[in-house]
Design a protein around this ligand. Structure first.
Ligand SMILES: Cc1cc2nc3c(=O)[nH]c(=O)nc-3n(C[C@H](O)[C@H](O)[C@H](O)COP(=O)(O)OP(=O)(O)OC[C@H]3O[C@@H](n4cnc5c(N)ncnc54)[C@H](O)[C@@H]3O)c2cc1C
Length: 338
């Protein structure tokens, strides 16, 4: 059976891995140059950094088992050891406090998108392939329009794993018989800023959650395990700051310099550094970072009879664990119809 997966993020690549090759011939179509999606790593002039998803916190027992298995296979490592939290209420900032969590935290070894390459190995991966439209031919299957051109190849099944706003656009531009939910989801953006310092921050924490601040998450990226030690030394390091989603929405994609200035100022203030400690920066704007806070997950959408399925992290939440849940639910639905 031939199956086309749109999107080579965690959901799409894991799904490709879960589908057994005896029964399925899997092709993945990805609009970007590589796989990983929002779990993405950037090779900048000053070193490598994870500019999308930073860590994988584990909530459920099933996902914990899955991650422990990956740990045994040396695909992920437990990291970080020390997490801190700080709050800002009415302009008053609390000092860093150690965040006691009962969850396990992991990172993918080498880079955050490395596992996607591993999971996509059994599939045919087509990069630089933007799916604009799809159409269904009775008894012949699914046809894809890639980069503006309808392809001759047909697929028995089609799975769309793009972020919900992009999945919705494909469906709205196509002739597809699929019941959409009565409610939708709005998504927020995120400015992610990598900052190279000319020194090492002496604080023992590697991950900071900031509540009510301009930055929401701050990560000592260069201390993640199994990273290439090309450009960082014991005298310098790279941190990645993610600006709060609401602030990122307000700034929009055009305000890169302002986003960098906010991130570097807050990082330096937090660790008592001067602005001169910052030697390099790299900024990425995620237009569709995650569903805006407080919304209902959309679940998996499908028409099993015609063989079309839509799912992703947004089906169950907005994290790597929800992308895993999405891939699990998709494979079950594809194989059994329920
Ligand atoms: C800045 C940031 C920080 C984050 N931090 C964390 C974190 O620390 N921990 C955590 O658990 N989660 C985090 N997340 C969320 C996490 O990255 C996502 O939940 C997860 O990566 C989603 O995977 P996915 O495969 O469902 O979607 P995606 O990764 O978005 O994959 C979908 C893929 O579809 C492709 N695509 C879209 N449209 C088309 C089209 N028309 N044709 C072809 N391809 C298309 C996209 O290019 C993309 O590669 C973060 C997200 C962001 C943006």
């Amino acid at each position: 059976m031939k199956i086309a997966i749109v999107g080579a993020g965690i959901t799409g690549c894991l799904l490709a891995d879960f589908l057994d090759t005896d029964n399925f011939e899997v092709s993945i179509f990805e609009k970007s140059r590589g796989c990983g999606g929002r779990a993405s790593t950037k090779q900048t002039d000053f070193g490598q950094c994870d500019i999308g998803a930073t860590v994988v916190p584990v909530k459920t027992v099933e996902f914990a088992q899955f991650m422990r298995q990956l740990c045994h296979q040396n695909i992920v490592s437990q990291w970080p050891q020390t997490i801190a939290i700080t709050h800002q209420n009415n302009g008053v900032k609390t000092p860093l406090e150690i965040f006691e969590s009962d969850r396990e935290y992991y990172v993918f070894n080498q880079k955050m998108n490395a596992a996607c390459r591993h999971w996509a190995k059994k599939a045919q991966l087509h990069t630089n392939s933007l799916i604009d439209q799809v159409r269904y031919h009775q008894d012949k299957g699914w046809q894809l329009k890639i980069n503006g051109v309808w392809q001759a190849e047909r697929f028995d099944k089609l799975v769309i794993t793009a972020p919900w706003p992009q999945s919705q656009t494909i469906i709205e531009q196509s002739e597809v018989s699929l019941a959409l939910p009565t409610f939708s989801q709005t998504w927020s953006s995120c400015w992610s800023i990598a900052v190279k310092l000319d020194r090492v921050v002496t604080s023992a924490v590697d991950l900071v959650y900031l509540k009510g601040h301009s930055i929401q998450t701050l990560v000592r990226d260069s201390s993640k395990p199994q990273r290439p030690e090309v450009t960082t030394t014991q005298q310098n390091e790279i941190w990645v700051a993610q600006l709060a989603n609401e602030l990122s929405d307000d700034l929009g994609s055009q305000c890169m310099n302002e986003a960098i200035s906010i991130a570097t100022k807050e990082l330096c203030e937090l660790f008592g550094l001067s602005n001169q400690s910052v030697t390099d920066t790299y900024a990425h704007y995620w237009r569709y970072a995650r569903p805006s806070a407080g919304q209902k997950p959309l679940g998996i959408l499908s028409n099993h009879e015609n063989g079309i399925y839509l799912g992703g992290d947004w089906s169950f939440g907005s994290s790597i664990e929800s992308a895993y849940e999405g891939a699990r639910a998709l494979v079950q639905l594809i194989k059994t119809g329920v």
